[in-house]
Design a binder for this molecule. Structure first.
Ligand SMILES: [Mg+2]
Length: 304
């Protein structure tokens, strides 16, 4: 059977069976070593699937680090060390040097270090990063409890609009359009949430595949249902302007657009922090599935 028939997540289930590893399936693997909680994660960017040829290599380097740091943050952790595996055709070495300028800038921003890696020749450019982090208290996808509130950081849907703008290949972009493009090419992991999550969150996931799909993971792993109020979902002024121009619905972008790298997490409503850009968008209740205005919802990004 082809992978596209069983899907990315169907394949992961089969591999878990082979490894006899039930616990696989969170944003990071949590291992306890020397009485410390270490977080391990890996994520690859592949040309034509995760990025377009024309994206600046500095931006790619930044993004490759950010998506891994985002997984560590979503487990309530801080990043420490990275390994970078590069698969590249025989291209100008300057491209690789510029990629590493972006990697270094991101490491300075997130306070982590590249300590090694590997380079191999291949058809398509692939940047595969492994990251190690640590936390005092791991926050998993499985801890949400009925009665808690569902929160999201930042705004949703901007990255998908930015990608569509890039694909238009125009010479000139307006300033709000450039902001959307920037959110796609240079996403930031929400390291400003680490302390809050570590202290208050019962569960968390970063939104890489779209709100509905990632909320689905959280609901399934926690064994609860999530009730999302679509009117509460935070949407940026830039996305509103983009959708107004094109007669589109910003909510569609917010619900199904991927790669925003915002955080979706749960805890009691009273623990909301007014100094963070967090918005309550729903409730955790008994049951299973994700519901929007009472209707069960599904959909997001799939790799196959
Ligand atoms: Mg993730």
């Amino acid at each position: 059977m082809r992978i596209s028939e069983i899907g990315e997540f169907g394949l992961i289930e089969r591999l878990k069976d082979i490894l006899r590893a039930e616990e696989i399936g969170d944003d990071c693997a949590v291992v306890t070593f020397d009485q410390k909680h270490l977080l391990l994660t890996t994520d690859a960017l592949v040309e034509d699937i995760h990025f377009l040829e024309k994206i600046a290599p500095e931006a790619l380097g930044w993004k490759a680090v950010s998506v891994n740091v985002s997984d560590i943050v979503s487990c309530g952790g801080s990043p420490l060390y990275l390994l970078v595996s590069l698969i590249i055709p025989d291209i100008d070495s300057r491209w690789v040097e510029r990629l590493y300028e972006g990697i270094r800038k991101a490491c300075e921003f997130y306070n982590c270090t590249v300590v090694g890696g590997n380079i191999s020749r291949g058809e398509k450019k692939t940047i595969d990063v492994f990251a190690l982090g640590r936390t005092a208290k791991p926050v998993l996808r499985s801890g949400a409890k009925p009665g808690e509130t569902l929160f999201v950081s930042g705004t949703l849907g901007d990255s998908r609009a930015g990608l569509e703008l890039l694909r238009e290949e125009r010479k000139d972009y307006r300033s709000f359009e450039l902001k959307l493009i920037e959110r796609h090419t240079r996403p930031s992991a929400r390291v400003d949430y680490i302390k809050h999550l570590e202290k208050y969150a019962s569960s968390c996931i970063d939104i890489s595949d779209g709100l509905l799909q990632d909320a689905g993971h959280l609901a399934r792993m926690s064994g609860i249902a999530l009730e999302i109020d679509p009117k509460a979902i935070p949407i940026s002024e830039e996305l509103k302007a983009f959708c107004e121009d094109r007669g589109r619905d910003p909510l569609e972008y917010a619900l199904r657009g991927g790669e925003d790298y915002q955080l979706l997490f749960t805890h009691p409503r009273k623990d909301q922090n007014p100094f963070l850009d967090m918005t309550p968008i729903g409730e955790v209740r008994e049951g299973k599935g994700v519901f929007v205005e009472g209707r069960e919802a599904e959909g997001g990004f799939s790799h196959f």
